[in-house]
Design a protein around this ligand. Structure first.
Ligand SMILES: Cc1ncc(COP(=O)(O)O)c(C=O)c1O
Length: 367
């Protein structure tokens, strides 16, 4: 009897539930026969990319027949200058998701323990599962990573810990002092993934000196991305900052041309447009204040978010409300799972998008 595909596949694929992406806006509009749907489901920048990045993209298009610079020379040099590290502290990825993937592939082996907050970014758990690891899930405390409990959960078998700061889907952040205490409490040979995909939204006094641990040579990789405040999610580019020996190991497994030429050029131009970053932050702050107030008026509380999205407890089945919102042309993310059956995650949009969401939500909750 020939083997089935299931038998041939890695046994760790069993029980793995694939990440379900939302439908494209155009498809939602076509299916529902509506126009002007707003997508507040994937934590993208509602202002879009910087005009400078768009110009750089247009200028780069004629070179599309060339392979990209596999070493990302110019982008790494620019990032290194801005971050106060050397280029060999940097690795570029097809979104920082690819770097999460590389960390898992390069370090995690069956039987290793991985400490993850619950709920956190779903990809951490999926990667640990795929490598055959034991997931040690540590519940959040007041919607925030409980770093004290996470440090206590570390055993001699623990290989890696993931910290989403700010955390997705709650938007909460840990304080610099909490991170400092955590780093002192854990063994030196524990790999720490500090996922800072939303860090540019966080006020300076709340940003931990995660790069300080990297400079000290601790086994920390800090992940950042151009998908969020820089508005380049569709181009797929992010980066990791880690001690050079860690970067060197990841580079052994990295595909040679993992970040594309357009993404590299756009990212460079986006870094140069800090005014766009400032405007994006401002729009986000205003939107956050508006949504928090309006949701409060509807009797709905949200955990304090330091990112560009809010976790909303609807006190009704989250998936059903998300479906009803979809029919009104507002796309949000239902969460589900053990802790969040009545929650949705909504990305903070432009003022008209936020108003549209609130109006749609009012009407759904009334009916
Ligand atoms: C916490 C967190 N980490 C990483 C990512 C992945 O970002 P990228 O688009 O750079 O792969 C996301 C995207 O939503 C995220 O929310």
């Amino acid at each position: 009897m020939p083997k089935t595909l299931e038998e041939l596949a890695s046994s760790f694929l069993k029980g793995l539930i694939p990440y379900v992406p939302g439908k494209p806006v155009e498809e939602v509009e076509r299916e529902l026969g509506i126009k002007g749907a707003v997508k507040l489901a994937s934590n993208e920048n509602p202002l879009g990319a910087s005009p400078r990045a768009l110009r750089a993209l247009r200028e780069a298009l004629p070179d599309s027949h060339r392979y990209p610079d596999g070493g990302g020379y110019y982008l790494k040099r620019d990032l290194a200058d801005r971050l106060g590290v050397t280029p060999d502290h940097l690795i570029l990825g097809n979104g920082c998701n690819e770097i999460l993937d590389l960390m898992a592939r390069c370090f995690l082996l069956p039987g290793d323990e991985v400490v993850i907050a619950d709920p956190a970014f779903v990809i951490y758990g999926m990667l640990a599962h795929l490598q055959g690891c034991r997931k040690i899930l540590v519940p959040l405390k007041s919607w925030t990573h409980d770093l004290e409990a996470m440090a206590k959960a570390v055993t001699s078998k623990t290989k890696m810990v993931f910290i989403g700061n700010p955390n997705n889907p709650t938007g909460t952040a840990v304080t610099p002092a909490e991170i400092e205490a955590f780093m002192q409490a854990i063994p030196e040979d524990l790999l720490v993934v500090m996922d800072e995909a939303y860090i540019e939204y966080v006020p300076q006094e709340m940003v931990p000196d995660s790069l300080g641990f990297v400079r000290q040579g601790r086994w920390v990789i800090v992940l950042r991305t151009f998908s969020k405040i820089y508005g380049l999610a569709g181009l797929r580019i992010g980066y990791g900052i880690a001690p050079p020996p860690l970067v060197e190991l990841l580079n052994r497994a990295r595909a040679p041309f993992n970040t594309n030429a357009l993404a590299q050029r756009a990212a460079l131009a986006a870094l140069d447009d800090q005014q766009h970053v400032t405007s994006s932050r401002k729009v986000n702050e205003l939107g956050k204040a508006y949504l928090t107030t309006e949701l409060g008026r509807l009797g709905l509380q949200v955990p304090p978010s330091w990112a560009n999205f809010l976790l909303v407890d609807l006190k009704h089945d989250g998936a059903a409300v998300a479906e009803a919102l979809l029919r009104k042309g507002v796309i949000v993310r239902p969460l589900g799972g053990r802790y969040l059956p009545t929650h949705i995650r909504v990305t903070i949009g432009t003022p008209p998008e936020n108003e549209r969401f609130i109006e749609a939500l009012k009407s759904v909750l009334q009916s």
